[in-house]
Design a protein around this ligand. Structure first.
Ligand code: GH3
Ligand code: MG
Ligand code: MG
Length: 385
């Protein structure tokens, strides 16, 4: 049955990631968004530097090949970024890996390029500016990729490792001093990136919790307390939603109003708690009779229920109404060992919604049909004229 269809309303869909997979997906998307602009900074800085230092004249092949290499990686990253939301939906694990590898490749590429410049560049200015840029990228990466558990330490680590290696393999005084400074800077990076990482994940968890709470409150406000099926406001919302949908599709909508017969007498004879138990049993029976995921049962008021059948014409609704009548007749209730039988009357109305018609008019027709069912002896269904 269709209590589940209650959650199909867009307003009840979660905005925050709920499962661990959704959290991981969100983290990749956020990391990609944060680091998107930085992607082209690498080739841009290299390009500017080789021109400014004249490296393109003294070392042209090296200069231009690396413009191409860094540019190519940046284009690849942007291409992946563009398709990321879709790819993460269809191949989450593979896409996350591709994203991580590509990001790390860029870090390693830049680190290796800096190391080569420090070891062999024809111009010392190029080495020092590259080193400064590398330190800057490591610090910037803190806020850009620090939220990603697999990138937080590997990204700055892979970038600085080749530089560190050159400094130790070519232990000049300035290299050793730089290595010592980088070591201290590394400790600072590890600690500060943990703060960035933890703040981000705490924010996601808080969002997940508050979203789940908001959803359960919203669901509670749309659920009838006694029978635990959707209440009248929920029915009205679902009804208008389906009405609009079928207006677009040109498909029929049927509504049934189901009213228990002589229910006041049941309350008067057996007491209010027994009446409540009847209402719960009937709501279960009605819900279980519904066959399609779009069928929707709600408690409309006191001892009255409303049923919404989307994409169902009058003939289909009449068959469902007969089934409901039978199902309610068969509800098994007993008072002090003696069986108690209940019946209901049903008013059925169908239409193919269109713009100039009001949804309330369909409810009114179902109500008129219900009145006739009562008038003609109860325990029956009447179709609206
Ligand atoms: P009819 O066949 O014409 O519908 O007769 P009826 O007695 O069912 O209709 P009426 O409108 O006179 O009475 C409805 C009764 O439903 C009145 C009230 O005692 C009962 N009722 C409404 N809500 C509840 C509820 O939440 N719990 C219980 N136990 N009874 C309820
Ligand atoms: Mg009534
Ligand atoms: Mg009644």
């Amino acid at each position: 049955m269709s209590l589940g269809s209650a959650t199909s309303l867009p307003a009840l869909e979660s905005q925050a990631p709920q499962s661990d997979d959704q959290l991981a997906r969100r983290c990749v998307l956020d990391t990609a968004a944060r680091s998107a602009t930085g992607t082209f900074v690498y080739p841009a800085i290299w390009f500017t530097l080789v021109l400014a230092t004249g490296t393109h004249e003294r070392w042209p092949l090296f200069a231009w090949l690396n413009v191409l290499g860094l540019g190519g990686l940046a284009v690849l990253r942007m291409g992946l970024n563009h398709r990321l939301p879709h790819l993460l939906t269809v191949h989450q694990r593979a896409t996350s890996w591709a994203f991580t590898v590509l990001t790390l490749l860029m870090a390693l590429y830049w680190g290796a390029l800096t190391a080569v410049c420090m070891a062999r560049a024809p111009d010392e200015t190029l080495s020092w500016v590259m080193l400064a840029a590398t330190v800057g990228f490591c610090a910037g990466g803190n806020t850009m990729v620090g939220i990603h558990p697999a990138l937080r330490l590997t990204y700055p680590g892979l970038m600085i490792a080749p530089v560190f290696a050159v400094e130790l393999l070519m232990p000049t005084a300035s290299h050793l001093m730089m290595a010592a400074l980088e070591g201290a800077f590394g400790v600072y990076l590890v600690r500060s990136s943990r703060v960035v990482h933890d703040d981000y994940w705490q924010m996601l968890q808080t969002q997940r919790l508050s979203d789940a709470r908001a959803r359960s409150l919203e669901l509670a406000s749309l659920t009838d307390g006694l029978t635990q099926i959707p209440n009248r406001p929920h029915f009205d919302r679902q009804f208008h939603y389906e009405w609009e949908r079928q207006c677009r599709h040109g498909a029929p909508v049927s509504v049934m109003l189901v009213d228990l017969d002589h229910f006041k007498a049941i309350n008067d004879t057996y007491g209010h708690p027994f009446g409540d138990a009847c209402l719960q049993a009937v709501s279960r029976a009605l819900s279980e009779t519904m066959g399609r995921s779009t069928d929707f049962v709600a408690r409309y008021g006191g001892e009255e229920f409303a049923v919404l059948l989307a994409q169902t014409d009058g003939e289909g609704a009449r068959i469902v109404a007969e089934r409901l009548l039978q199902q309610v007749r068969e509800v098994s209730l007993s008072y002090q060992g003696a069986p108690v039988r209940i019946t209901c009357s049903i008013g059925v109305a169908s239409t193919v919604p269109h713009g100039s018609e009001l949804p309330e008019a369909l409810i009114k027709r179902a109500d008129d049909a219900l009145y006739r069912a009562k008038h003609h002896g109860r325990n029956r269904a009447e179709m609206a004229v």
